[in-house]
Write a protein that binds this ligand. Structure first.
Ligand code: ADP
Ligand code: ZN
Length: 508
């Protein structure tokens, strides 16, 4: 380990190892397999880079994004590490040169795209070379249960069969229990030792707010107090990225856009500006982010609900890599929940996969609805338990709650009486007593509870339905996308043997 320490200082310029890095390195150098869970920015790369330098032969790194591997290779070359990559960005001559260096033993690290590795030609090349280790970065991509499945990753299971004596390390920043188990199985890493660093990012303050009638005004309020700071604003669709950016520019913010519908050059130019200039706002879909290594991103704002806690955590993890105070700010509304539900219901995925997607969405909605510490929920989802954090909205200003059982019973009855085959907005209209042709065509204006909820505004009912969904009392009706039905667990509330407490007033 003295050698590892020496390399850390001389090559990488750091005084000491962080978290489990030293242990992981020793384990790999000894020729054993490892599975590493570490949050984004935790320092995963050194875990395989240093062993690759210490072991004879070249370390082969499988990484899903070309841009990411190019950055890493460029950074390593700056440090005089002999690194190269093989991917579709190279022409035949350049690729042949890299292959020659590998075979001549002149490479310490070689980054390969998974689709390339899967070719017979590439596997034969590796068989002729001396390999120090295989590192499978972003290993959650191998799992269909993960949030970022890449079919090309499935082929990586051959590594163990073709190269049984070469140690392997799989690394990921986001994997819940089921995804972890799947990674081990698919990569045949059942016996690999698990190393995990705490996922906590204590300098990030989490705030989650309900969407009001003007989400743009809420965002503007938030941004106005943070002028001059670099931040990312995530939107769900390309259209809302473009609209939000234009509107932010009109409001005087230096905002750029990034989404998969833009041409590659424009996208890359925006990414470079964001990385190199100060105080830029990047308005983006989740296409933006992997491989961003900008330490001083002060906040990550979500204008729409993500799909899962893993996705949310990965995206918010781009804030505050420098360890200074940073913020994660999310707006979510009932429309978001229903839309995500609809996408799941209408997707081509298998029944099991849809069920899992629903569970993931539910866990995220619970995080949004909770009146307890956000960080406790977040880390709890990844299997870590902590005391209330003191640095999230619920810890800083504990929300007052009220007993909303009566209203909740009315809302559940309205879902039931309308046949459990309508969306939230229609059911709320029934409660508010809104007459329309549509209403009378279903006969809903003749229901005894028609208009029984008039004493509360629509916003109250929306909040209440969010809470009912968040607590799992109302669930998606799988036969009719976009509609809700009662869950078993609603019975206790309906018959008066349990109560429902909700936030007293929706925070702004
Ligand atoms: P990850 O891949 O886990 O997101 P990286 O490997 O890119 O993280 O590391 C994140 C940052 O932390 C990089 O800037 C890296 O140089 C730095 N880093 C990693 N290990 C150490 C260490 N032991 N001491 C100081 N800085 C480190
Ligand atoms: Zn907290």
């Amino acid at each position: 380990m003295d050698q590892a320490q020496e390399l850390l200082q001389r090559v990488f310029g750091y005084p000491e190892f962080r978290g489990p890095q030293a242990e992981i390195i020793a384990h790999l150098v000894a020729g054993r397999d490892a599975m590493v869970l570490m949050p984004t920015g935790g320092g995963k790369s050194l875990c395989y880079q240093i062993p690759a330098l210490l072991r004879p032969g070249c370390g082969v790194v499988i990484s899903p994004l070309i841009a990411l591997m190019q950055d890493q290779v460029a950074a390593l070359c700056e440090l005089d590490v002999r690194a190269a990559f093989l991917n579709s960005a190279l022409d035949a001559a350049a690729a042949a040169a890299v292959e020659a260096r590998l075979l001549a033993g002149q490479l310490d690290l070689l980054y390969i795209a998974p689709e390339r590795l899967n070719t017979a030609r590439c596997l034969e090349l590796l068989a002729r070379a001396r390999i120090a280790l295989f590192a499978i970065d972003e290993a959650h991509c191998v799992s269909q249960w993960g949030h970022d499945f890449r079919p090309d990753y499935l082929g990586l299971s051959v590594l163990h069969e073709r190269f049984p004596e070469v140690p392997r390390i799989a690394l990921t920043a986001t994997a819940d229990e089921i995804t972890r188990a799947d990674i081990r199985e698919r990569l045949q890493l059942q016996d690999a030792r698990l190393f995990s660093a705490s996922f906590d990012r204590p300098n990030i303050c989490y705030r989650i707010n309900a969407k009001g009638s003007k989400p743009s005004a809420q965002l503007l309020d938030f941004l106005a107090q943070r002028r001059g700071q670099a931040g990312i604003v995530y939107c769900l669709s390309r259209r809302s990225v473009d609209e939000t950016r234009i509107w932010l520019v009109q409001e005087g913010f230096p905002a750029l856009a990034y989404h998969a519908g833009m041409d590659t050059g424009a996208r890359a130019a925006n990414q470079t500006r964001f990385q190199s200039e100060d105080g830029i706002l990047m308005v983006a879909t989740i296409a933006f982010g992997m491989g961003i290594d900008k330490p001083d991103v002060r906040f990550v704002a979500h204008l729409d609900l993500p799909k899962s806690i893993e996705g949310y955590y990965q995206e918010t993890g781009r804030a505050g890599r420098d360890g200074l105070p940073a913020e994660a700010w999310l707006l979510y509304g009932i429309g978001d929940i229903m839309q995500q539900r609809r996408w799941i219901d209408e997707s081509e995925a298998s029944e099991a996969h849809q069920r899992l997607s629903r569970q993931k969405l539910d866990a995220l909605v619970e995080l949004c609805e909770t009146v307890d510490c956000r960080r406790q929920r977040l880390l709890g989802y990844f299997g870590e338990s902590i005391a209330p954090c003191g640095n999230c909205d619920n810890c800083l200003t504990p929300p007052a709650t009220v007993d909303a059982s009566e209203a909740a019973r009315l809302a559940l009855s309205a879902v039931y009486r309308t046949g459990q085959r309508f969306g939230v907005l229609h059911v709320i209209d029934v409660l508010l007593g809104k007459s329309s042709e549509r209403m009378s065509s279903f006969g809903h204006d003749r229901l005894a509870l028609f208009g029984k909820g008039r004493d509360q505004p629509q916003s109250f009912w929306r909040g209440l339905f969010r809470a009912l969904i968040g607590q799992g009392l109302l669930v998606a009706n799988p036969n009719l996308p976009g509609t809700l039905r009662l869950h078993e667990s609603a019975r206790e509330l309906l018959n008066g043997s349990s109560e429902l407490r909700v936030r007293a007033a929706q925070p702004r």
